[in-house]
Design a protein around this ligand. Structure first.
Ligand code: FAD
Length: 419
C-alpha cells in the first residue's frame, strides 16, 4: 500500500496537519498509538484552550473534539491502537513500519511523512536527586493521566518539583481533589509556567512557590513509600545553600521538570538536530534536512498554547502537500540564528525554493524582559523591528515576514534588545 502523506500522531498537531493536507487534495493516512484521537488534550480537563483559534475558552477535550469532529467528517483514513515503529528512506519516498494487536506488524510506503508525535516528560533519572528511591515520586503528566483518565488519586500530601505548566495545573488539580498541596519548588529564579497559571493555580489557592529551590533529599518509609523531602535554596550556580533546608512530610512528589520533543522515530535517518530545542532543524516549510519529512507540534518545539500547535501544523500540512506535488528539493538556504537574549528560534533556515512564501519565526527569550525590541537583520540590513513588552521564557512569541524581504546570501539574525 502507498499513500501520498502519512501523519504520525493524532493529537492537536496530527489532526490539524492531516486536515490541511486533505483540503489540499492529498491522499492522507493518520496513525495514532492510543485508542482515541486527541493526544495529550484528552487528559487536560482544565480550561484555557482555544482563545486564539476559536475566540472562546475550552477545556482540552472540548478543543480536541472540535478537530476530531471535522476529522471524522473528512473521511481521512486512520488507525488507532497502532504504533509506528520505524521509518526507512527509499529512493522515491519512505517505508513506514507500524504495529498493532489487530494487524500485527505491517509496512506502508509514502511520498511524505508528517511527524506529529508530541513530547515526553523528563523523569527523576534525568536530574540529580539524592536519597531513597521510593514509590510516590512520579511525573506530573503521569499523575494527570491517572487522575483525569483512569480515576485514581495518586496521593494525599503532595509536593511539586518544577513550575512548568503541568506542575502548576496539577497543584490546583490535586488541591481541588482534596489533597494537601504543600508547595512547588522551582530551580530557576522565575517560574517556567504561564503567568495566568501561576495566578489561577497557585496564588488563588495559597499554594507557596519556592523560587531558586530544589529537592535535595528524598526519604522513604519502611514500606518504600515516600515519607518526606527536603528542599534547599540554590545559589546562582544552582548549588544548594547550607542552612536553608526545609522539610516537608509528603507521600507524593510530582516532577514537572521539562518536556522533550519525541523524535525517536527519526533516529535511523540522518536528520540534522537542534541542541536547543532538542528536536530537528527545519526550513520555513517545516521540512527537515531529509526532503519529504515534515515535523510540527510538540515534536518540533514544546508549545505552551495548543492554538499555536494547530496553526503551525496546518501550515506544515499545506507545505507537505505542495512538496508531494512538486518534489522540489533544491535548497538554496540561509541560516536563521538566535542572537542576543534568545533561547531558540524556528525555523533554522530559509529555503528560497520552498513553496512557503512567508517565514513564521517562533522564539523564546532566555530571561524575563519587561521592555524589549526584537530586531531581525541580515548583515547590516535591518529587515524588521518590533517592540515587545514583557517577554518570559515560558511564553513563545512569533512574527511572520514575507520571504521576498530576505536576500539569499546572508544569515538572518534575531536579537532581542533590552530597552
Ligand atoms: C498538562 C498540560 C497542560 C496544558 N495546558 C494548556 C492550556 O491550558 N492551554 C493551551 O492552549 N495549551 C495547553 N497545553 C499545550 C497543548 O495542549 C499541547 O501543546 C498540544 O496539545 C500538543 O499537541 P501535539 O499533537 O503536538 O502532541 P500530543 O497531544 O502529545 O500528540 C502526539 C500524539 O502522537 C502519538 N504518537 C507518538 N508517537 C507515536 C508513534 N510512534 N506511533 C503512533 N502514534 C504516536 C501520541 O500517542 C499522541 O497522541 C498543555 C499541555 C500539557 C501537557
Amino acid at each position: 500500500m502507498r499513500k501520498e502523506i502519512i501523519v504520525v500522531g493524532g493529537g492537536a498537531s496530527g489532526l490539524a496537519a492531516a486536515l490541511a493536507a486533505k483540503k489540499e487534495g492529498r491522499d492522507v493516512l493518520l496513525i495514532e498509538r492510543e485508542d482515541r484521537l486527541g493526544g495529550i488534550l484528552n487528559q487536560c480537563i482544565h480550561n484555557g484552550f482555544g482563545l486564539q483559534v476559536f475566540k472562546e475558552e475550552y477545556t482540552g477535550p472540548e478543543y480536541a473534539d472540535k478537530y476530531i469532529q471535522e476529522f471524522l467528517q473528512s473521511d481521512i483514513p486512520y488507525y488507532l491502537d497502532t504504533t509506528v515503529t520505524n521509518v526507512d528512506k527509499l529512493d522515491d519516498g519512505f517505508e513506514i513500519t507500524f504495529s498493532s494487536t489487530k494487524t500485527g506488524m505491517k509496512k506502508i510506503q509514502a511520498d511524505a511523512l508528517i511527524m506529529s508525535t508530541g513530547c515526553y516528560e523528563r523523569t527523576r533519572g534525568s536530574i540529580i536527586m539524592p536519597g531513597d528511591r521510593p514509590y510516590g515520586v512520579i511525573t506530573a503528566g503521569s499523575a494527570q493521566r491517572y487522575l483525569n483518565i483512569d480515576g485514581y488519586m495518586v496521593g494525599k500530601n503532595v509536593f511539586i518539583l518544577g513550575s512548568g505548566d503541568i506542575g502548576l495545573i496539577m497543584a490546583r488539580r490535586m488541591h481541588l481533589e482534596g489533597a494537601n498541596v504543600l508547595g512547588v519548588a522551582e530551580l530557576m529564579p522565575y517560574s517556567n509556567g504561564l503567568t495566568r497559571n501561576i495566578v489561577q493555580c497557585l496564588n488563588d489557592f495559597d499554594i507557596p512557590l519556592f523560587l531558586s529551590h530544589t529537592v535535595t533529599q528524598v526519604n522513604a518509609n519502611k514500606n518504600q513509600r515516600l515519607e518526606s523531602i527536603i528542599i534547599q535554596q540554590v545559589d546562582k550556580s544552582f548549588k544548594p545553600i547550607e542552612g536553608t533546608e526545609k522539610k516537608f512530610e509528603v507521600d507524593t512528589l510530582l516532577l514537572s521538570i521539562g518536556l522533550i520533543p519525541d523524535i525517536t522515530l527519526l533516529d535511523n535517518l540522518e536528520v540534522e538536530k537542534d541542541n536547543r530545542t532538542k528536536s530537528v532543524k527545519i526550513n520555513q516549510s517545516y521540512q527537515t534536512s531529509v526532503p519529504g519529512i515534515f515535523i510540527c507540534g510538540n515534536s518540533l518545539q514544546v508549545h505552551d498554547l495548543v492554538d499555536n500547535v494547530s496553526l503551525e501544523s496546518e501550515r506544515a500540512g499545506k507545505c507537505a502537500s505542495k512538496y508531494v506535488l512538486s518534489k522540489k528539493i533544491e535548497r538554496k538556504t540561509v541560516n536563521i540564528i538566535a542572537g542576543n537574549n534568545l533561547l531558540f528560534v524556528t525555523p533554522h533556515y530559509i529555503d528560497f525554493a520552498s513553496e512557503a512564501k512567508n517565514v513564521v519565526f517562533q522564539f523564546r527569550s532566555k530571561t524575563k524582559i519587561a521592555k524589549s525590541m526584537l530586531k531581525i537583520s541580515q548583515k547590516d540590513n535591518e529587515i524588521k523591528s518590533k517592540r515587545i513588552n514583557y517577554v518570559v521564557p515560558a511564553e513563545m512569541e512569533s512574527i511572520s515576514i514575507p520571504l521576498e524581504e530576505f536576500n539569499d546570501l546572508d544569515d538572518v539574525v534575531l536579537d532581542l534588545e533590552v530597552l
